[in-house]
Write a protein that binds this ligand. Structure first.
Ligand SMILES: *Cc1c(COP(=O)(O)O)cnc(C)c1O
Length: 400
């Protein structure tokens, strides 16, 4: 096929995507990230960001970022192993390790890269990786790239995981077995059945990696996330991945684990070694947001109040919410076309909720992924509920 022909084919595929309501496009945001956003000059109430604690636009975080830039400049200059590893990165690694209660932490530029980097560095051909069917895309990509034998188990179904582990022993005797799961599932908001998973992992000599992108800072009594909720030690969950672009309101990610794991990553994790270190001022900003995550318990309390307010209100107006107690409260729609339509109608009413469609979620499970922030007020949630009620009514009346 010539380049011209393949371009024509791509154009056709784009067209098909549009017809199936699967086309993705970007909004241009012309304000800071917060609960009120300006989209093309129009103000909307934002119910779809991952800034759960409202720190992305916090004055302390902004001023730490500016100070960091004054001290370190903007670019890090090179990879961590050359001259890119600045004092702010180093300090942040130490403070994060203390925060999560693990011996060491290694910063990565993004969560996507952390997942690729840790799985590929620790697993090879004779190993086996077990993943929840609803894991984040980056965890699947990591598993594929690792060349380990790849097995998926049904969502949060630990007896299914158990039988996959059992059958693996008999067929190939892998060296390392790694179970990998989201802590809080990113598109569903439910939480991994970690206590059962730990038991099954013990029986089968498997290690566990938890990606707690949506739990860290938010869940657990003091914001230490899913592992805090289950009181899971490093002997229970060997590796923890956390991201800094969600509840922490900044950017970047980390792996927490034993000294041996972290040193191994420094030696052979390709997405750590072969990329420029994140700007040190971002690490300075994250140090400020970490302080807020630790000290301002009221943010988690306020967030929890909004979640409860929404769930109670949603029940009253008969919304079909998915089973979640976290800040991610998806409203299952099913058809991508209808989910898109509802998202558009909500935006016309000043409420921003993006429609999540396949392949991000399984076929016929398009949804409105509603998320909450500690910065949302009671009135904001009331506005959300009345807009949802109106849009659902219109949907019934016009049967779209
Ligand atoms: C967002 C997310 C990532 C990726 O993190 P980035 O820092 O955005 O690259 C990984 N895993 C999960 C579960 C996520 O939600």
């Amino acid at each position: 096929m010539s380049w011209l022909e393949s371009q024509a084919r791509l154009a056709l595929q784009l067209q098909e995507r549009k017809q199936q309501s699967l086309y993705r496009s970007r909004r241009v945001i012309d304000s800071a990230q917060d609960v009120i956003l300006s989209v093309n000059g129009k103000q909307v109430l934002n119910f779809c960001s991952n800034d759960y604690l409202g720190l992305a636009n916090h004055p302390d975080v902004i001023s730490a970022f500016k100070k960091g830039a004054d001290q370190f400049g903007v670019g890090s200059g090179s990879a961590h192993l050359v001259t890119g590893h600045h004092a702010a990165h180093h300090e942040l690694e130490q403070q994060l390790a203390e925060f999560v209660g693990r011996p060491r932490v290694l910063l990565y530029s993004t969560g996507y890269m952390a997942n690729l980097g840790v799985v590929t560095a620790l697993l090879s051909k004779n190993d086996c990786i077990f993943e929840d069917k609803l894991n984040h895309a980056s965890l699947f990509d990591a598993g594929q790239l690792s060349s380990a034998t790849f097995k998926r188990y049904f969502h949060n179904d630990i007896s299914n995981l158990k039988s996959k582990l059992a059958s693996t022993v008999s067929d190939s005797q892998p060296q390392n077995k790694l179970i990998v799961s989201d802590g809080v599932f990113s598109m569903d908001g439910d939480v991994v059945a970690l206590d059962k998973m730990i038991g099954v992992a013990r029986q089968h000599d498997a290690a566990i990696l938890i990606d707690d992108a949506h739990g860290l800072g938010v869940t657990g009594k003091t914001g230490r996330g899913t592992l805090e909720e289950y009181n899971a030690s490093i002997d229970d969950v060997a590796i923890l991945m956390g991201t800094l672009g969600k509840a922490f309101g900044t950017f970047g990610a980390f792996i927490a684990g034993s000294d041996t794991v972290i040193e191994t990553l420094i030696q052979q994790s390709r997405s750590y070694i072969y990329t420029t270190a994140l700007p040190p001022a971002v690490a300075s900003a994250t140090l400020a947001s970490l302080k807020l995550v630790v000290t301002e318990q009221w943010r988690r309390e306020q967030l929890q109040q909004r979640i409860t307010q929404f769930k109670v209100g949603a029940k009253q107006i008969g919304l079909n919410l998915m089973p979640s107690d976290t800040a991610i409260q998806p409203l299952l729609i099913g058809s991508s076309e209808q989910a898109m339509k509802m998202s558009e109608l909500l935006e016309q009413k000043g409420i921003l909720i993006s429609a999540i469609r396949p392949p991000t979620v399984p076929n016929n499970t398009a949804r409105l992924r509603i998320t909450f922030s500690a910065n949302h007020s009671k009135e904001h949630v009331e506005q959300l509920l009345s807009a949802l009620e109106l849009v659902l009514l219109e949907r019934q009346q016009h049967a779209y």
